[in-house]
Design a protein around this ligand. Structure first.
Ligand code: 4NP
Length: 148
């Protein structure tokens, strides 16, 4: 299973999802590949936002070595599942898809069309966003394992 987490800048939300998911997947020795990317290219090659690194570290995850990448069309072939944080990410990713098979790989990260709020301009959101992403990563692992 290869999973790509996607947000806008690839410095706040999707690096958290990548780091948390990889940590949990490694703990369970599932052998899945986890990565993340942003629909925007402003932060390419930069580490995650300090506030994401910090909240992750507080809860026992190290995301400091991850670097931002820009989402591109090749990712549809490289990954089985592309999970996006909000409706704008969904629209931007689907714009680049060619064909139903590629579109079918894309889902919202949260169930029921819920969005993960962008914490970039609101410091107070980092901890709730972290907790929401961590809880969902645990659920996703169980769901994907059950569907095998
Ligand atoms: P992210 O947050 O999509 O969760 O990484 C953002 C980071 C940077 C910007 C926007 C959102 N930005 O405009 O630079």
């Amino acid at each position: 299973m290869k999973i790509l987490m996607v947000c806008l800048g690839n410095i706040c939300r999707s690096p958290l999802a990548e780091g948390i998911m990889r940590h949990l997947v490694d703990q369970q020795e599932l052998g899945w590949e986890i990565a993340s990317a942003g629909t925007g290219d402003w932060h390419v090659n930069e580490p995650a936002d300090k506030r994401s690194i910090s909240v992750a570290r507080q809860f026992g995850y190290d995301i400091s070595k991850q670097r931002a990448k820009h989402f591109n069309r090749d990712h549809f072939d490289e990954f089985d599942l592309i999970l996006v944080m909000d409706q704008n990410n969904l629209k931007d990713v689907l714009k680049l898809a060619s064909g139903q098979e590629q579109r079918n790989k894309v889902s919202m990260f949260l169930p029921d069309d819920l969005e993960v709020a962008d914490p970039y301009f609101d410091e107070r959101l980092f901890e709730p966003v972290f907790l929401q992403i961590e809880a969902r990563c645990k659920q996703l692992i169980d769901e994907i394992k059950a569907n095998k």
